[in-house]
Each structure stands twice: as structure tokens, then as C-alpha cells.
Ligand binder design. Structure first.
Ligand code: ARG
Length: 462
């Protein structure tokens, strides 16, 4: 059968052109969206008396059969059909005959692809938050068990102040919550029907776009058709949102990799989610977080790629825009599997509380506490207190101990104003609990944060 658009051509296209031009090998993923959109379109055409009821029924029955065929892997995809839109339409004509040729009334592939692709993105704008919620749930469970687990909080990857592991997990919960909000705000902003714009300028047929919007659960109808068929902002948004989410995941992954090294040993990844080396028998490698970190590269690339494709395109549809899909599919699919596997890796990892505590005993984590003590109890200006504490740290180093282990006598050698009540201030657990300002690491403050996230999740799912 010749191409559906072959009327004005006298020669058929080259085989190489088929291969180059076709999007079918990848846009076949959009078959369910394509069929759903066509069913809504045909239903509206009948309501507007552009098609008869019988014609629309027969189209819907044909399309439903095609959906079943593709679902069951019984549909024959042929690259000469170019894209999913024409593959479905051609099969419809095969199944129901002449009536099938009426489906494309008041429609173009330009608004059709804008619809299918938007439906795909919107579906994932809803799915990704579900997976992120599950991940946050796991972080909250870990946090609940570890409000007392001390570990060194770092800046510049150097020991800074003692914090608890729950506080650290809740930092990631905060990032993933923002990610959820970004996907959902994109969903709301883009829940607009593109169909009915036809090629670029609308159609003379008496269509009812509001009706189609209702059938497809869109909140409204696009305002300007020229914009609608050339708009891929919704795709850029999901690409950016995924890139940001994967950047968060990559930071977490980096910490998991460090923490699972012999140098840290803060966590042990389960055997189920670790891999071995083909040559070094002793190795247990953190391939999961490494791949999670590595995938940031491709999702960033996909965002830049689409931005570049769209840059400078004249209105309205240009074939360049067919390049929008593969990168978007790639980012979405990698985001989904990344969220799932990160969640599993976290659920199955073990937390080595002793190793974290041991790490707290080096690096003078309570130095800020000594400076704060000098300010609060000895009425010393902070800048001076900072200097005195620096000398105390140097003294501890010369004795080969941690600042928290210096005796009162040793501390008083540095500054005679220091009293016995300093010792409790330098205790690591007290140091962590002293930071009880809003959002701080103290156990009380961490508990409040935990409750905040629990309540937020509960309200979402009510
Ligand atoms: N396969 C095309 C795409 O993905 C569908 C739209 C084609 N429109 C056109 N006028 N050639 O962008």
C-alpha cells in the first residue's frame, strides 16, 4: 500500500529516506496515547455531526482492536508507515475499510503528535511523584531508626559538626519533596489540550475542542494554534525536572559510594544490589550508586539536546521537532528505573552506627561548641573565641587527641577562663543536641522535621 500522503507524488520515496525519516521505531511507544486521542477525536466528530454515530462507532471498535493487537504484540510495524499515527490509521482502514479514512478529518499529525507526546509526558508527571513518595517513605523509615546515630556533618568533605543520620536522610527527603512539587506544577501548567489546532491554523470544520478536553481530562484548551503545534515546553520541563532530580540522586549516590568504602564503612550495601569484579575476588562494588551518578550525564544531555533542537525554529511545526522524543523517553525511563533501584538499595543497606560514631571522634567536631561556650559563658567576642579555640585544636593535635577528649586542665592551659561546665558542651552528643534552632540537627528538631514529612505524605494520600 502506498503512503497515506502520496497523492501529489509521482515517484515513491527512496528506501534510505524511509529509514532516515521514520519515527516509528521509537514513537511506537506512543500507541496507547495515539489511540486514546483518536477515540476522543472521533467521539467529538460524531457529537458535532461531522461523522455519523455509526461511523464513529466503527472507528472506535477498529481502534480498540488495534490497541489490543499492539498490547498483545500482534501488530505488524512497518517502517514505511513512517510514524505511529500513520501506522494506526493505515491499520484502521485495513480493518474497517472506507470509514477509517474519515478519522483524520479536522486533524493534522502536527496537533496529533503534540497531543500524544503531551499525554505521555503528563502520565509521567504523575508517575514520577508516586515513585518519589515511595523513596521518601524509605528515607523516613531510616530516619526514624537513626535519630540518635551520630555522624560527622561535613563541609568541603571535611569534618565540620556532629549531626545525626536521620537529619542527613531528611536533607534528601527535602530535595525529593521539591522534585515532586516540580513535576506536579509542570503537570498543572501543561494540562492543556493541543488537539484541534490541525496543521497550524485551526480548521473550518465545526469541532468542539472543549468536549475533547473533557474526554481526555485536560483542564483547558490551548489558546493559540500556531504556538500549540510548535510548543514543546512541556517536554523541556520534564527534562529539566528529571535532570534536577537525577542531580539530587547523584549527590546521594556519591555519598553512598564514599560511605561504602573501607575508609568510611558507614554503610554496607546488600549483596543483592552490589556487584563483583571479574579479576579481583575480594571486590564488592557499588555499581548501583555509580550508575545512578553516571546517568546524570545522559539526562543533562537530553535536556540540552532538546533546547538546541528548538532554538531558532521558525513557527510552526518543523520536522526537527521529531527529535524531541528519543531523549525524553530516555530520560523518563532512566528516571523511573533509577528511583526504583535507589529505593531498593536503601531498603536493603545496613547502617554501621559504630563506624559513624568512630568517625566523630576525629576532626574536632565540637570546636564550634568551644567557641560558642567562650562567647556565652566567658563573655568573649566571637572572633576572639574563634582564635582561642583554634589554639585549643592545635594543642589537641599536638597531644594526638580529639578536642572533645581534652581534659579541663589541658583546656585551661589555653585559656584560664574556661570552667568545668565546658566539658558537657564538648561532648559530641550534647554538641549535636545543642543545635536546636528551627531546622537544626538536635534530636528534638530532627523529630519535628520527621513529623513534618510524615504529615505531608499523609495529607497527600488522604
Ligand atoms: N512523526 C512526526 C513527529 O514525530 C509527526 C508529525 C509529523 N508532521 C508532519 N507534518 N510531517 O514529529
Amino acid at each position: 500500500m502506498s503512503k497515506l500522503w502520496s497523492g501529489r507524488f509521482s515517484k515513491s520515496g527512496a528506501k534510505l529516506l524511509d529509514e532516515f525519516n521514520a519515527s516509528l521505531p521509537f514513537d511506537r511507544k506512543l500507541y496507547a496515547e495515539d489511540i486514546k486521542g483518536s477515540i476522543a477525536h472521533a467521539t467529538m466528530l460524531a457529537k458535532q455531526k461531522i461523522l455519523t454515530e455509526d461511523e464513529a462507532n466503527s472507528i472506535v471498535i477498529g481502534l480498540t482492536q488495534i490497541l489490543e493487537e499492539i498490547d498483545a504484540d500482534k501488530f505488524e510495524f512497518n517502517i514505511s508507515d513512517e510514524d505511529i499515527h500513520m501506522a494506526v490509521e493505515k491499520r484502521l482502514i485495513e480493518i474497517i475499510g472506507e470509514t477509517g479514512k474519515k478519522l483524520h478529518t479536522a486533524r493534522s499529525r502536527n496537533d496529533q503528535v503534540a497531543l500524544d507526546f503531551r499525554l505521555y509526558v503528563q502520565k509521567n508527571n504523575l508517575l514520577l511523584p508516586r515513585l518519589l513518595e515511595e523513596l521518601i517513605q524509605t528515607l523516613l523509615s531510616i530516619a526514624k531508626e537513626n535519630k540518635q546515630t551520630l555522624l560527622p556533618g561535613m563541609t568541603h568533605l571535611q569534618h565540620a559538626q556532629p549531626i545525626n543520620f536521620a537529619f542527613h536522610m531528611l536533607a534528601y527527603a527535602s530535595m525529593f519533596k521539591r522534585d515532586i512539587e516540580r513535576f506536579e506544577s509542570s503537570y498543572k501548567r501543561n494540562n492543556i489540550l493541543p488537539l484541534g489546532c490541525a496543521a497550524l491554523a485551526g480548521t473550518p470544520h465545526n469541532i468542539d475542542r472543549q468536549e475533547v478536553a473533557k474526554l481526555l481530562n485536560f483542564d483547558s484548551v490551548s489558546v493559540n494554534c500556531l504556538d500549540t503545534v510548535s510548543d514543546r515546553d512541556f517536554a523541556l520541563e520534564i527534562l529539566f525536572n528529571i535532570a534536577t532530580m537525577m542531580m539530587h540522586i547523584s549527590r546521594f549516590a556519591e555519598e553512598l559510594i564514599l560511605w561504602s568504602s573501607y575508609e568510611f564503612k558507614f554503610i554496607t550495601l546488600s549483596d543483592e544490589y552490589s556487584t563483583g569484579s571479574s579479576i579481583m575476588p575480594q571486590k564488592k562494588n557499588p555499581d548501583v550508586p555509580e550508575l545512578l551518578r553516571g546517568k546524570t550525564g545522559r539526562v543533562n544531555g537530553n535536556l540540552i539536546s532538546l533546547l538546541t533542537v528548538l532554538k531558532g525554529l521558525p513557527l510552526a511545526y518543523n520536522k526537527d521537532m521529531q527529535e524531541d522524543k528519543e531523549g525524553t523517553f530516555d530520560s523518563v525511563e532512566n528516571a523511573i528505573i533509577s528511583l526504583k533501584i535507589l529505593n531498593e538499595a536503601l531498603k536493603t543497606m545496613s547502617i554501621n552506627q559504630e563506624a559513624m560514631l568512630r568517625a566523630c571522634k576525629v576532626g574536632h567536631l565540637s570546636a564550634t561548641d568551644l567557641a560558642d561556650y567562650l562567647v556565652a559563658y566567658c563573655d568573649i567576642p566571637f572572633r576572639e573565641a574563634h582564635f582561642i579555640t583554634g589554639r585549643a585544636v592545635a594543642h589537641a593535635e599536638s597531644l594526638g587527641v580529639d578536642l572533645s577528649e581534652l581534659s579541663l586542665v589541658e583546656l585551661q592551659k589555653i585559656d584560664a577562663r574556661i570552667q568545668e561546665n565546658v566539658l558537657e558542651k564538648l561532648d559530641l552528643r550534647n554538641s549535636m543536641n545543642a543545635r536546636n534552632s528551627e531546622g537544626g540537627t538536635s534530636q528534638g528538631s530532627t523529630t519535628k522535621q520527621l513529623e513534618y514529612f510524615e504529615k505531608w505524605l499523609e495529607e497527600r494520600n488522604r
